[in-house]
Design a protein around this ligand. Structure first.
Ligand code: GNR
Ligand code: NI
Length: 190
């Protein structure tokens, strides 16, 4: 198993539509396992393949709340086949939009059809946080982030802040590079 780097917005790969998996083979299973490990390490409750730069329709989830304990869920080609008329608002976050949270309105319950880790067709009725999360993850497969569901004003503010934070980090790393090399220089022998 391996930890995979998580892409953060703005990144063009997060805006692309992912392609369906043809068969759930060992390669797909390995990616699912690496994604689950990456998700637990982050930590998060869901992760979609495009977040680790792989444009395939694969998601993993594990909700562990008092009311909902799912255990690890692995889904290839997930599809919403039923959604409630009733909507709910939930404060969402995203590992690809670090440190920002917004209320998003989505159907309260959904039924998702998918291929599991063994390639078997499954259907799962979801409510509560699981329903929100599975819709958030499927959005990623279509190049949609939770900030695409909020006002353009808020979205652009968040994207500007993310870009600024990234630039500051890059600048810090560039400054630390030579500083580190300096620290390794031998002490002058007086
Ligand atoms: O860890 C996560 N928490 C979360 C909280 C509310 C709604 C959705 C999520 S998913 C997020 C992990 C993530 O970015 N998945 O794509
Ligand atoms: Ni996300």
């Amino acid at each position: 198993m391996a930890l995979l780097p998580i892409l953060t917005a703005p990144d063009p790969r997060l805006k692309k539509k992912s392609l369906p998996v043809e068969t759930v083979d060992d390669g797909v299973r390995r990616l699912m396992d690496d994604m689950l490990e990456t998700m637990y390490d982050a930590p998060g409750i869901g992760l979609a393949a495009p977040q680790v730069g792989v444009l395939k329709r694969i998601i993993v989830l594990d909700i562990d709340r008092e009311d909902t304990k799912t255990g690890p869920l692995f889904m290839a080609n997930p599809e919403i086949v039923e959604a409630s008329d009733e909507d709910v608002s939930y404060e969402e976050g995203c590992l690809s939009v670090p440190d920002h949270y917004s209320d998003v309105v989505r159907p309260a319950t959904v039924t998702v059809r998918y291929l599991d880790r063994d390639g078997l067709l499954q259907e799962l009725a979801c409510d509560g946080l699981l329903a929100t999360c599975v819709q958030h993850e499927i959005d990623h497969l279509d190049g949609v982030l939770f900030i695409d569901h909020i006002s353009a004003l808020k979205r652009n503010m968040i994207l500007r802040k993310l870009l600024k934070a990234r630039k500051e980090q890059e600048r810090d790393e560039a400054e630390r590079g030579p500083a580190k090399a300096k620290a390794k220089d031998p002490e002058p022998a007086i």
